[in-house]
Design a protein. Structure first.
Lengths: 182, 126
């Protein structure tokens, strides 16, 4: 069965939705979403306790999309094709969940999967050591992060990354990531 | 030497690099998509500063948020001061964090473990 974007998105909207967006992830859109988040935080005492952590992780998730999404395949119908990505922030039981989804070229699958599996396998101490090693030694990539984004998210949330790859067609997959903050 | 001042924006911090007084301040949030664009001119300024620095340099970093794209640039700034310190100049870095902000505290520890330079962690009450 073909991947159903609308169904995936609607499933992610379960829980108490704080932010949702699907479309072009531009620098201005990131600004808008972050400012919307701050408005919501000031209205909710529940959220304000987690304000900084959620904000930090939200920035990394949005900028991951900004830097890494591929254009959707031609026959996928979405409103804005350029830098298309979807993001949902919601309260999900005792967690805050940030879900992101984006299309990527199929050849990137094993790279993304290996990267996440590696990060998920690390203990707290190993995460700290790996972060410091990359920060101290590596060159910046063109896109700026130098491979620290995923490490930073897992280190800050203390939770493993959950992910799914959905086959879209022969050339594309849909990469869905769930980040839990507790 | 000319003083650099950058006013705070939604994604970049307030910055003041004062070459006469030897005072460097970075305050607010640093979450630009492309941090190099923002920090490159500041790092270039530090190269010039190092040619004839005043006897003492104080660096005050009071960040509310910073992204991983900025983390490397902030390290590059600290590395410039590390060089200055190695040459015998007095340099101190003051890293401010809010009392309940463990992540910002840990970030300070990360830098402290990488650069060899007097590094003070200063807790602020909210």
């Amino acid at each position: 069965m073909r991947f159903d974007l609308v169904k995936w998105y609607n499933e992610k909207l379960q829980g108490n939705v704080i932010l949702k967006y699907a479309g072009s992830i531009s620098s201005d859109v990131i600004d808008q979403l972050l400012s919307e988040f701050e408005t919501k935080v000031s209205d909710s005492s529940d959220l304000s306790k987690y304000r900084k952590k959620v904000y930090n992780v939200l920035v990394e998730c949005l900028q991951n999309l900004y830097h890494h999404v591929d254009e959707p395949p031609v026959d996928v119908s979405v409103d804005e094709k350029d830098k298309y990505g979807a993001v949902v922030l919601c309260r999900d039981g005792s967690f805050f969940r940030i879900s992101t989804g984006n299309f990527v070229k199929r050849e990137k699958l094993s790279y993304i999967k290996d990267r996440i599996d590696q990060v998920n396998a690390l203990s707290d101490q190993e995460l700290k050591d790996a972060y410091r090693k990359i920060l101290g030694n590596s060159e910046m990539t063109e896109k700026g992060g130098g491979g620290l984004g995923m490490l930073d998210i897992v280190r800050k949330t203390g939770n493993k990354l959950e992910y799914n790859f959905f086959q879209v067609d022969d050339d594309y997959i849909f990469f869905a990531l769930d980040v839990y903050i507790s | 030497m000319e003083t650099i001042i950058r006013e705070e924006t939604t994604k970049t911090p307030f910055v003041k690099f004062d070459g006469e007084k030897g005072l460097v301040e970075i305050r607010g949030r640093s979450i630009p998509e492309n941090a190099i664009e923002f920090y490159k001119p500041l790092i270039d300024w530090l190269d010039k500063y190092a040619e004839q620095p005043p006897s003492k340099t104080s660096v005050n970093v009071k960040l509310e948020y910073f992204n991983t794209s900025s983390s490397k640039c902030i390290l590059d700034i600290f590395r410039k001061f590390e060089l200055l310190h190695k040459k015998g100049n007095e340099v101190e870095i003051n890293w401010y964090y809010e009392e309940d902000d463990e992540d910002m505290f840990e970030a300070g520890e990360d830098y402290q473990s990488i650069v060899h330079i007097p590094f003070k962690m200063i807790e602020m009450e909210e």
